[in-house]
Design a protein around this ligand. Sequence first.
Ligand code: 13P
Length: 251
Amino acid sequence: MAKRQPLIAGNWKLNGSRHSVVELAAAVSAGCGAVSAEVLVCPTSVYLADVLGVVGNSAVHLGAQNCSQASDGAYTGEVSADMLVEFGCEYVILGHSERRAMYHEDSRLVAEKCLAVQAADMTPILCVGETLEQREADEVESVIAEQLDALLDAGGIASFENLVVAYEPVWAIGTGKTASPEQAQAVHALIRSRVASHNADTASALRILYGGSVKPDNAATLFAQPDIDGGLIGGAALDAESFLAICEAAA
Ligand code: 13P
């Protein structure tokens, strides 16, 4: 089986100020020297240049929270993949449930964005996950399948080679309700086996992150699951001490 380096990604969402994100980035880069996981921070795009100035010479990687599927043109308010590359981004979070729910991004659009990010030589972090209603209706497998298959249809199995998947059950995001390690592992295994049905090597190299109320006290048991390769961290990533404790739990 391929050895997968854990990835711990902080999704800072719409938080902070120009001053506070620089302080947070400085604390994370100062504290992550001994961490064996890959560490990534994703500020809102207007702060990318400031955060790059802090983490640029450290082990911390930089990512964005969204990007346009288009490369240029009349798309008011959008940011392209090539623009993100200019600001040092290596990853882009795509298809987060907040974007799917509040900005009506469907799986087809998310797949187009993934391909745009890969065309710019960055790595998409494709978010998938079910709502509580879908879980209670026993629809977890079909929901995740639809979210993955849109990219398989658009880009084929090759589009899973330079990609990270993040499983984020919507009911666990910002709620303090974490999926149990067993619940999370079951869905991670399902994701990997769906990819494996197309290409076993791609599936065994694929990093699959868990997101949803990951905290320093529950991180280690989640990350100990065989198909969990790190985390996508929201609230706890806004506090350097908590985020670094989560990074250490992924060792
Ligand atoms: P919380 O860690 O705040 O639940 O957020 C998870 C998330 O949405 C990360 O993308």
